[in-house]
Design a protein around this ligand. Structure first.
Ligand code: FES
Length: 111
């Protein structure tokens, strides 16, 4: 359910594992949620290289998620591809009482 401010509760913080991604589907949008350095990040799960829904399975290093198929890397904080001007959509995240809320109404970036 979307709250008044555009955020919806996607999971509990305790459902996420450090340095791992998890896939969620909300309103037909696939969202990859990551926990890295005790912060939560949310990106669209589709890698723009071949539009594969695999980013949640990627490898996290130095704040970037590496696509498991061909190695494209995206900044967890803003979705931008490493060294480039394009990327994947990123979504604002907030934590309240151990619950993870994601705002999909305001898309900060589009490929
Ligand atoms: S599908 Fe992600 S790098 Fe090719």
């Amino acid at each position: 359910m979307i709250e008044n401010d555009g955020y919806f509760n996607i999971c509990k913080e305790s459902d996420l594992v450090e340095n791992k991604g998890k896939r969620f589907i909300f309103n037909d949008i696939e969202i990859a949620v990551f926990k890295y350095n005790n912060k939560i990040y949310a990106l669209n799960n589709f890698c723009p290289h071949q539009l594969s829904s695999v980013l949640y399975k990627g490898f996290i290093e130095d704040g970037f998620i590496t696509c498991p198929l061909h190695g494209w890397q995206f900044n967890l904080a803003d979705g931008f591809i490493k060294g480039g001007k394009n990327g994947v959509k990123s979504y604002d995240v907030k934590i309240e009482n151990g619950n993870v809320f994601i705002n999909i109404t305001e898309k900060k970036y589009s490929w």
